[in-house]
Design a protein around this ligand. Structure first.
Ligand code: ADP
Length: 187
C-alpha cells in the first residue's frame, strides 16, 4: 500500500498515520518528523531547514525532495509507505510520481483528513510544539490553503476524504473503511 495523507496542520495526520501504519504494516514517513530530527541533530540540512520550520513556511522543494528520496530508498519502504507531510505542493507531487515511476511503482491512494480551521487551530495551540505559536499556526493554515490544497484536485482520481473530527479511533475506523472500499472498487 502506497499512501499519501493530506490535511491541514492540526488535522491529526500524525496520530492517524501511526495507527494506520501499524494496521497496514507499512512505515510512517513524516517529513515534519524528519526535518525536526535533522534540526535536533544539527545536520547541515537541519541548519538549512530550521528557519522555515520556525516561520511555518515550506522548506524549499529541492531540499525536501532529496530528503524524501533518501528515505524512500530504505528497504522498509520498498513495498509500501504512508507519507505524512509530503507532497505539500504540486511540484512535489510531480517529483514523487517521478521517483516512484523510476522503480515502476505508483501511489495507490491519497487520504484526506478534513477539519474546520477553528478546530485545527485550537488543537495546535493546545499542543505546544515550538512552532505552534498563534501567528505561526495561522500562517501554516494559509500556506496549506495556498500551496497544499491544490493537491486535492491534482489527486482527484486517487482521493478518499474522511472527516477528521471526533474520537481518534472513529477517525481511524473511517479511514480504514474508505481504504477497503477503494480496494474493493479497484478489484
Ligand atoms: P504540521 O502538519 O503541523 O504543519 P509538520 O510536522 O507536517 O506539521 O511540518 C512542520 C514544518 O515542516 C512545516 O511547517 C514546514 O516548514 C516543514 N515541512 C514539512 N513537510 C514539508 C514539505 N513537504 N515541504 C516543505 N516543507 C515541509
Amino acid at each position: 500500500m502506497r499512501l499519501v495523507l493530506i490535511g491541514p496542520p492540526g488535522a491529526g495526520k500524525g496520530t492517524q498515520a501511526a495507527a494506520l501504519s501499524e494496521r497496514l504494516g507499512v512505515p510512517h514517513i513524516s517529513t515534519g518528523d524528519l526535518f525536526r530530527d535533522h534540526v535536533t541533530r544539527g545536520t547541515p540540512l537541519g541548519r538549512d531547514a530550521k528557519r522555515y520550520l520556525d516561520s511555518g513556511d515550506l522548506v524549499p522543494d529541492h531540499v525536501t525532495a532529496g530528503m524524501v528520496r533518501d528515505r524512500l530508498a530504505h528497504p522498509d519502504a520498498r513495498h509500501g509507505f504512508l507519507l505524512d507531510g509530503f507532497p505539500r505542493t504540486v511540484p512535489q507531487a510531480r517529483e514523487l510520481a517521478a521517483l516512484l515511476g523510476a522503480t515502476g511503482s505508483a501511489l495507490d491512494a491519497v487520504l484526506e483528513f478534513a477539519a474546520p480551521e477553528e478546530v485545527v487551530v485550537a488543537r495546535l495551540l493546545g499542543r505546544g510544539r515550538p512552532d505552534d505559536t498563534e501567528d505561526v499556526v495561522r500562517h501554516r493554515q494559509q500556506v496549506y490553503e495556498q500551496q497544499t490544497a491544490p493537491l486535492l484536485a491534482h489527486y482527484a482520481a486517487l482521493l478518499l476524504t474522511g472527516r477528521a473530527v471526533g474520537a481518534v479511533e472513529d477517525i481511524t475506523a473511517r479511514a480504514v473503511r474508505a481504504l477497503s472500499e477503494a480496494e474493493r472498487r479497484a478489484g
